[in-house]
Design a protein around this ligand. Structure first.
Ligand code: ZN
Length: 200
């Protein structure tokens, strides 16, 4: 396989990238000057070696120098007994930008699927997180307002009631200020603040 084919195949693994786009990326790179190409190579190496998964919330972030956790999990000024469960890392960025939440996070990694396509959630990790942490007073399920998101929310609510570590916690859902079918990562700060206020 030629070098061009190898790189094309690697780009094709990116979400939403087909063979034609992947090849366009390769030729774009070839046309750039050495400054850009070196910066890109360095940035990839740096991200891969400096960004790790936080052992607590499971998001990707630069980790604390002494502990394998991220800055949010290490921040002692954040409320310890409040947990928000989100689908993806980028949802945390959105919530943080809205400046309306000061608790802990857990990244579920996806949703279960109603439609037969492959669903995925870090269920085992979530429940072992409950076992390790002091009990949470409230767990906010902040999943997408999509059929799969709502299905996953229902599923987890049932599971929480059966779990000795969280069955006493109050479980809330982000207010439906979020429009139906919407994913958290596309919601603006005001909508998120409102949805958080209206959680029930
Ligand atoms: Zn963390």
């Amino acid at each position: 396989m030629s070098d061009i084919d190898t790189l094309t195949e690697l780009f094709m693994r990116f979400p939403g990238i087909g063979p034609r786009q992947a090849k366009r990326f390769v030729f774009f790179l070839l046309r750039q000057d050495a400054g850009y190409r070196n910066a890109l190579t360095r940035a990839i190496t740096d991200v891969v070696s400096n960004i790790k998964r936080c052992e607590q919330c499971l998001r990707f972030a630069p980790l604390h120098a002494q502990k394998p956790i991220c800055n949010l999990c290490a921040d002692s000024s954040r409320e310890k007994n409040l947990l928000m469960v989100v689908e993806k890392d980028t949802d945390i960025d959105q919530i943080e930008k809205s400046d309306s939440y000061n608790g802990q996070y857990f990244v579920l990694g996806g949703t279960l699927s109603l439609t037969g396509k492959k669903g995925f959630i870090r269920e085992k990790e979530l429940f072992s997180h409950f076992k390790k942490q002091d009990s949470f007073a409230e767990i906010i399920l902040a999943l997408s307002a999509t059929p799969d998101g709502e299905y996953t929310t229902d599923y987890l609510q049932t599971k929480f009631k059966e779990d000795e570590h969280v069955k006493e916690a109050s479980v809330t859902i982000l207010g439906r200020g979020l429009s139906t079918g919407s994913e958290l990562e596309y919601a603006d700060a005001d909508t998120l603040t409102q949805a958080l206020k209206n959680r029930a």
